[in-house]
Design a protein around this ligand. Structure first.
Ligand SMILES: CNc1nc2c(CCNCC3CCCC3)c3nc(N)[nH]c(=O)c3cc2[nH]1
Ligand SMILES: [Zn+2]
Length: 373
């Protein structure tokens, strides 16, 4: 077990890479999918179940945890790993993105963001310094810079101004983070869908120096076509010997396309959130288990899946417990979806190592074209 944070590339196939991030709390196989545990829990999952799906790392959320139960209380109780009974790596986002999408009465200045809690209306302020302090109190292993993420589409001036603010905040984040061996600080590239602004952002971040680099400012309404157009050049602007993390992505085909373009890490609420609504991801596409056609179907959700939902229950049962809004419905579909995502990531890692990523991608799309599921 290492006391340092490091990244090793094992194989590449075109721009796709597979490797390993080593941290004092464990290793992360890349490309990696990171389940989201917003309020110190991956909803409807026990931590040992999250691990059983194959996850090496999960996400915590500065914005939610600073409001409730507060970072100070979690620190007094021994930190987020102990608090939520997950002893492997945790990455926390810096909170800015969640403030802009969840909080009320937000005010953005050079200093930071003031806002009212969506929980109880109390007033709060997030700055690069406060975000670093909160993430340190939580004890997260990978800390994200405090940044501002504009919605797309947006005029060039707005994207440029926002990116330059984020780069000033990146420098303040680096300064406030200090020297914490075994913990990593990731910079976040901004610049929207404008190539020269993405380049300016990457240069600024490289000058400051980070343990990893995120491609931020995407999956904010621009659509897959524009996202892939940006990913055709943005990841390559970042150091190739450091992990590249595409924030908030995504659907299975988004992940494939982003790995193809050089991304190593992903997070998305989709598998867990859609699992709670009855949407099941399978190799042949999405199955909505609440649809009446499943009411008498004795077959498993996905006969090729080894998860508890598929190996021990029928579609008819899953349909029933969803229609009856039984708690087990969220447990089983969340487990299945997170398991599906981890099986997809393992397939991607193996394909890159075998130099057959393009074939893997073609098989993925062919399976989804097989119609009725
Ligand atoms: C869904 N699309 C999207 N998400 C983005 C996110 C959030 C990523 N997911 C965080 C977890 C979700 C809840 C707890 C932590 C982004 N975050 C930051 N800091 N900056 C972005 O540009 C940024 C951009 C993003 N785009
Ligand atoms: Zn399954």
């Amino acid at each position: 077990m290492t006391q340092r944070f490091s990244f090793a590339l094992h194989a590449t196939d075109g721009k796709a890479r597979t490797g390993m991030i080593s941290t004092p709390r464990g290793e992360i196989r890349t490309p990696a999918f990171m389940p989201v545990g917003t309020a110190a829990t991956v909803k409807a999952m026990m931590p040992e179940s999250v691990r059983a799906t194959g996850a090496d790392i999960l996400l915590g959320n500065t914005y939610h945890l600073m409001l409730r139960p507060t970072a100070e209380r979690i620190d007094r109780l021994g930190g987020l790993h102990k608090f939520m009974n997950w002893d492997r790596p945790i990455l926390t986002d810096s909170g800015g993105f969640q403030v802009m999408s969840l909080a009320d009465l937000r005010k953005l200045t050079e200093e930071g963001v003031t806002f009212r809690s969506h929980v109880d209306g109390s007033r709060h302020m997030l700055t690069p310094e406060r975000s670093m302090e909160i993430q340190k109190l939580l004890g997260s292993d990978i800390v994200m810079c405090f940044d501002e993420c504009p919605a797309l589409p947006a005029p060039r001036e707005r994207i440029a101004e926002s990116m330059r603010l984020s780069m000033r905040w990146a420098a303040r984040s680096r300064e406030a983070f200090g020297d914490r061996p075994g913990h990593a600080l990731f910079g976040i590239q901004q610049g929207g869908d404008i190539e020269d602004l993405r380049g300016e952002s990457a240069e600024k971040l490289r000058g400051i120096g980070f343990d990893g680099y995120a491609v931020g400012g995407l999956a904010v309404g621009e659509g897959q076509e524009i996202m892939f157009k940006v990913l055709d050049y943005a990841p390559g602007m970042l150091p190739e010997d450091k992990p590249r993390y595409l924030m908030g992505v995504g659907k299975p085909d988004d992940i494939l396309g982003a790995v193809k373009r050089g991304i190593d890490m992903f997070d998305c609420v989709l598998p867990s959130r859609s699992g709670r609504t009855g949407q099941a991801f399978t190799r042949r596409g999405v199955v909505n288990i609440k649809n009446a056609r499943h009411a008498d179907d004795p077959r498993p959700l996905d006969e090729s899946c080894s998860c508890p939902a598929c190996s021990q229950y029928s579609r008819a049962y899953l349909h029933h417990v969803f229609r009856s809004q039984e708690i087990i419905s969220s447990m089983l579909l969340t487990w299945h979806n997170l398991h599906y995502y981890q099986v997809l990531m393992q397939g991607i890692r193996d394909a890159i190592a075998a130099g057959r990523f393009d074939a893997f991608e073609a098989e993925f799309h062919a399976a989804r074209a097989m119609g009725d599921i």
